[in-house]
Design a protein around this ligand. Structure first.
Ligand code: ZN
Length: 131
C-alpha cells in the first residue's frame, strides 16, 4: 500500500508536502499550476519550463466560508483561502478549522480522501493556521 496524490502532477505526497509548479528558464518566473500555454511574464513556450518544487507554506490573502458546494466532500461548511506561497505563486485551497484570517500564516498537510482499487491511499492537500 502506498500513498498517492489525487493530482500527482501538482503535489508530491511527502512530509511536508511539496506543491509542484514550474519555473521559466528564460525569465525565472515561478508559477503554479504549470501553464500549458507558456510563460505569462515573458511569453516563452511551455517547453522552456522546468519543474519547480514549492513549499506548502504561506500567508492568507483572502478567506471565505463555503456553505453550499456541488460535491458531497468536503462537508460544508468549510473555509477556502487565497494563499500567497512563500515561493511566490498564489493558490486557492481549503484551510481546516475556523481560525484563518487575512494575514494568517498557514502550512500544508496531507489528508486521506480515498482508496484506489489496489488499496493505495489517495491524499489531497489542506492547509492549517500555524502560529
Ligand atoms: Zn518567462
Amino acid at each position: 500500500m502506498t500513498t498517492e496524490a489525487r493530482h500527482p502532477h501538482l503535489l508530491k505526497p511527502t512530509n511536508p508536502p511539496i506543491i509542484v509548479g514550474h519555473r521559466c528558464i528564460s525569465c525565472e518566473q515561478i508559477a503554479f499550476p504549470p501553464d500549458p500555454y507558456g510563460c505569462e511574464k515573458c511569453g516563452s513556450p511551455a517547453s522552456n519550463f522546468e519543474s519547480w518544487d514549492l513549499e506548502a507554506r504561506g500567508s492568507v490573502r483572502a478567506v471565505a466560508m463555503v456553505y453550499r458546494h456541488h460535491r458531497p466532500t468536503p462537508p460544508t461548511p468549510f473555509t477556502v483561502a487565497v494563499i500567497d506561497l512563500v515561493g511566490g505563486p498564489v493558490v486557492k485551497a481549503i484551510v481546516e478549522g475556523d481560525d484563518a484570517a487575512v494575514g494568517s500564516s498557514v502550512e500544508g498537510f496531507l489528508v486521506p480522501e480515498d482508496q484506489d482499487d489496489v488499496g493505495n491511499v489517495i491524499v489531497d492537500l489542506r492547509f492549517r493556521v500555524i502560529q
